[in-house]
Design a protein around this ligand. Structure first.
Ligand SMILES: C[S@@+](CC[C@H](N)C(=O)[O-])C[C@H]1O[C@@H](n2cnc3c(N)ncnc32)[C@H](O)[C@@H]1O
Length: 217
C-alpha cells in the first residue's frame, strides 16, 4: 500500500496516532497523577531502567543523588519525540531506547531499579514484559510500580470487565482490569510493599491504583 493513502480510515488512524502522544502527555500530567508518581519514583537508585517512558513525566521526580544512570524504554508510537524534548530540558543524563519492553536489548542483570508507571495497563504482553524486567534486574534489585488496575470491589471490577474492550479501543490498548500485584508475583518477584487504593472521588473504574515495591530474589 502507498505510504500516503488518503482513505478515510487511514486519515482517521493517522489523526489518532498524531493526537495520541499529546493526549497521553496531558492526562498523565494531571496534578492528581503527578502526586501518585511522586510517591514512588524518588525511591529509584543506582542504574535505573524506566519501562514505558512515555513523554518523560517521571524525569523531574528522580533523586539526582541516588540515580547513577537512567535508561527509558518505549516503542516508536510518537511518545519518544516528546520524551527527547523532556530529556533535553532536564539535568539528568538519560538514554532512550526505542523498542518494546517485551524483548529488550538491555543485558541481563544490568539494573538496580526498574520503574514502571501507568504502563503495565497498556503493554500488550505484560507477562513477557515482567519476565524481561526480572531478567535485566540484578539479584536483590527492585521493581517500583505505580499503575491503575483492577478494583478489589466486586461491583467496580464487574464494570471494569464490562468496559474493558471498548475502553481499550479508544485508549491506545489500555486495560482497566489488570491485577498488577498478582501479575508481578507470578513473574518471580516478591512484593515488599503493595497498596491498592482509589483516588476517592468516583474514579474507581479508572482510578484504582496499585502502587508498590517488588524485589527480585
Ligand atoms: C499511559 S502511558 C504512560 C507513560 C509514562 N509511563 C507515564 O507515567 O507518564 C503508557 C506508555 O506505555 C508505553 N507502551 C505501550 N506498549 C509498550 C511496550 N510494548 N513496551 C514499552 N512501552 C510500551 C506507551 O508508549 C506509553 O508511553
Amino acid at each position: 500500500m502507498a505510504d500516503s493513502c488518503s482513505c478515510a480510515s487511514c486519515k482517521s488512524s493517522s489523526l489518532f496516532s498524531g493526537l495520541m502522544p499529546r493526549g497521553v502527555h496531558l492526562v498523565c500530567g494531571l496534578p492528581v497523577v503527578t502526586r501518585q508518581r511522586q510517591k514512588i519514583v524518588p525511591l529509584a537508585e543506582g542504574d535505573v531502567v524506566e519501562i514505558g517512558f512515555g513523554s518523560g513525566l517521571n524525569l523531574p521526580h528522580y533523586d539526582r543523588k541516588a540515580v547513577r544512570s537512567l535508561v527509558g524504554v518505549n516503542p516508536d508510537d510518537g511518545l519518544p519525540d516528546l520524551a527527547r524534548k523532556a530529556i533535553a530540558r532536564q539535568d539528568l543524563h538519560t538514554e532512550l531506547l526505542v523498542e518494546s519492553a517485551e524483548k529488550m536489548s538491555l543485558p541481563s542483570q544490568s539494573a538496580d531499579t526498574v520503574v514502571v508507571t501507568y504502563s503495565l495497563c497498556s503493554i500488550p504482553d505484560v507477562s513477557a514484559t515482567l519476565a524481561e524486567m526480572h531478567r535485566i534486574l540484578r539479584p536483590g534489585g527492585r521493581l517500583l510500580f505505580c499503575e491503575h488496575g483492577r478494583s478489589p470491589k466486586r461491583d467496580v471490577a464487574f464494570l471494569q470487565d464490562a468496559l474493558n474492550a471498548p475502553w481499550r479501543a479508544v485508549a491506545a490498548g489500555c486495560h482497566l482490569n489488570r491485577e498488577t500485584g498478582s501479575l508481578i508475583e507470578a513473574s518471580g518477584f516478591a512484593l515488599e510493599q503493595y497498596s491498592i487504593y482509589d483516588l476517592g472521588f468516583g474514579t474507581r473504574i479508572l482510578g484504582t491504583h496499585h502502587l508498590g515495591i517488588a524485589r527480585k530474589g
